[in-house]
Write a protein that binds this ligand. Structure first.
Ligand SMILES: [Zn+2]
Length: 133
């Protein structure tokens, strides 16, 4: 094997997002999927992971509508952020691109990728967001 193992970092997670892939780190020891990845398994404390591609579909568990946004997102307010439980059971936070009155807990969402419309002062990482499935 000459292929280098990609580090299990947030940076690498966003590099996968740039390729429109939702990748999580699966613990080789206990099988727990971390999404985004973390350097240490919080379940068994293993540092051995492998990348797995996750389903982009899930359902909305909870959400909040943000009216007063951090400066880089102010142009988008009000917007909703929520916790989405993906089909593999992993929970991931994300912005929901739908008008707040159309957002309901339990609704089916799918992940989409794109660059953030906000004015960027911080790292120009590609972003993901959720939209109604
Ligand atoms: Zn583990």
């Amino acid at each position: 094997m000459t292929e280098q193992t990609q580090a299990f970092t947030i940076e690498q997670f966003y590099k996968h997002i740039l390729q429109r892939k939702l990748m999580g780190a699966k613990c080789k020891k206990c099988g727990k999927v971390h999404l985004p990845p973390r350097p240490l398994c919080d379940s068994c404390f293993s540092k051995e992971f492998e990348w797995i591609e996750s389903s982009p579909k899930g359902k909305l568990l909870t959400y909040t509508v943000i009216h007063v946004a951090p400066s880089q997102f102010q142009g988008m307010a009000p917007y909703a952020v929520g916790i989405v439980q993906l089909e593999n059971g992993v929970k991931i936070p994300g912005m929901i691109r739908a008008s707040p009155e159309n957002i309901k807990i339990g609704m089916q969402l799918t992940m989409d990728f794109g660059t953030c419309a906000a004015t960027q002062q911080w790292p120009q990482w590609p972003r993901y967001f959720f939209k109604p499935a």
